[in-house]
Write a protein that binds this ligand. Structure first.
Ligand code: GDG
Length: 469
């Protein structure tokens, strides 16, 4: 009987709670595995003295997870190294931060080989395999070397960089060649898809069919698609109506004492444009002295990847910047930036979003950006806030009625904040409605159905979980 095998760097066993700390992707993948029978395989997040390939199997809330521990050198070279210090910055157009080390490339390759060795015995001939994200690009090629003939799909959650940037990576050609071991590759947007086909055709001599959906290289053919990820809209609307969200909403409105709250929620990551956001907000304070005490910015930024130096630096830089702006503008009864370095439960976040008159989502580059969608989903339909969104987020392609800004321009951001504060209710509703319709229509269920149907074809129905299981 066919099954779906999902493979990603980290595996998050479902908690059973839909309003807890789980991210949208974890919830979406768990739901896919509940719908189809299957297994979710990946790194446990734990370190072991020596890699053994010992799999730990667990079943939680209808989902089977299979995890392995990695040894210190693997974590250093594969995860902290190639994934987070080479590919992440490069794929977010930051070649100034990308570190090209043969040791990292070797570790990345080794861990992908280890994953292939370990997961192969779990894969049965009829199974369909779905691999997630940049940590695992060569995995299908490693599986094929081990004679795996199954259908294998890949989804990239981050941008695909332009050809000229990718060419700076010493292993670029090899890495892109390995992608031809997949049957289907998904990107969030047409822009990322086109950057990929541009590299494959211009640098490797691949050919594209007329519809632009099938790439050929030698005897391999790979289908490509743009398939934007959505949020679990129903779950988020519920979270925004929960008692915790209502309480948070009241607390935030009380503590705002009539001032307009602007909110940002991002992992502490240089791709999210936090420094540029603070500078844009500072520009607004400078240009509009009359508005100073009428607003404040709440920035929630839970730390991530703290062992990587560039992440320690951004944390220190932001603390310095928030301190400088607050030092320059704060008064006895007002602080311009509330900068919070911790994470909150999803229903608390939903209440915060709803209390904010402006959602400021200004990444310098982002595969999609789910915070933009969550902010919109949490709004009061009768009196929605305004989304200010970077035009360099994948989400901008789906949300043209947001106030789209260039996050590199402090003036652009300052103007957008002013425009949002002055915006009348009718215009706010007219801009919000089409975004909300899209979020409900193209939600996370739609996303995984689009992808799995393209991957499974006629077998999608055959793989459906029996309802009595
Ligand atoms: C990658 C791509 C793409 C944040 N703070 C808290 C919290 N969060 C949640 C948000 C949102 C998620 O984390 C962040 O998702 P994003 O999409 O904004 O960004 P990445 O983490 O960089 O995700 C991105 C995504 O993959 C999916 O393909 O959209 O482009 O970079 O759900 O709400 N959640 C809780 N507390 C927090 O304090 N509970």
């Amino acid at each position: 009987m066919s099954r779906l095998i999902v493979i990603s760097n980290r595996v998050q066993a479902p908690t059973g709670s839909h309003s807890g700390a789980q991210g949208g992707l974890a919830v979406a993948l768990a739901a896919a595995l509940r719908e189809y029978r299957g297994i979710w395989f990946g790194w446990s997040g734990e370190q072991t003295d020596e890699f053994t390939g010992q799999i730990s199997l667990q079943r939680n809330d209808g989902v089977t997870t299979a995890t392995v521990d990695l040894e210190e050198q693997d974590i250093e070279e594969y995860y902290n190294g190639y994934a987070n210090r080479t590919l992440w910055p490069l794929f977010h157009y930051r070649i100034d931060l990308a570190e090209y080390e043969r040791g990292f490339a070797g570790g990345y390759q080794r861990v992908n080989e280890r994953f292939a060795e370990t997961v192969l015995p779990l894969i049965e001939p009829d199974d369909v395999v779905w691999i997630q994200d940049y940590h695992m690009i060569p995995l299908a090629a490693e599986l094929r070397k081990r004679d795996c003939r199954n259908r294998i799909g890949f989804f990239l959650h981050i941008p695909w960089p332009p050809r000229r940037l990718l060419s700076t990576l010493p292993e670029a050609e090899e890495l892109v060649r390995t992608l031809f071991a997949y049957d289907l590759i998904g990107f969030h947007t047409e822009e990322w898809l086109q950057s990929f086909t541009d590299y494959a055709t211009q640098e490797l001599g691949a050919t594209l069919d007329e519809a632009g959906r099938l790439l050929r290289l030698g005897d391999r053919e790979v289908q490509i698609m743009a398939c934007p990820i959505g949020i679990d809209a129903d779950e988020f609307i519920q979270a925004a109506r929960s008692p915790t969200a209502r309480l948070t909403f009241r607390q935030m409105r009380d503590s705002a004492v009539g001032r307009a709250m602007i909110v940002g929620v991002d992992r502490l990551d240089y791709s999210k444009g936090l420094e540029e956001r603070f500078l844009g907000y500072e520009r607004f304070l400078l240009e509009h002295p009359e508005e100073r005490k009428e607003v404040f910015l709440l920035q929630i930024a839970p730390p991530s990847r703290g062992t990587v130096e560039s992440y320690q630096k951004i944390r220190a830089d932001l603390e310095g910047l928030a301190g400088r702006i607050n030092g320059a503008y704060a008064d006895l009864d007002w602080v311009p930036i509330r900068y919070v370095n911790q994470g909150y439960a999803r229903d608390v976040l939903a209440g915060v979003y709803r209390a904010a008159k402006i959602g400021l989502v200004t990444p310098l580059r982002d595969g999609m950006n789910l915070v933009a969608k969550e902010y919109v989903a949490a709004q009061d339909p009768e009196d929605p806030g305004v989304l200010i969104l970077s035009r360099f987020a994948g989400a901008a392609a789906q949300m043209p009625s947001a106030l789209l800004v260039n996050p590199y321009s402090a003036e652009d951001m300052s103007d957008a904040i002013m425009q949002a504060l002055r915006m009348r209710r009718e215009e706010r509703i007219a801009r919000w409605r089409p975004m909300m319709d899209m979020i409900e229509r193209e939600d996370v269920l739609w996303w995984r159905q689009q992808f799995t149907h393209a991957l499974l074809g006629d077998r999608a129905v055959e793989l459906l979980q029996d309802s009595d299981q």
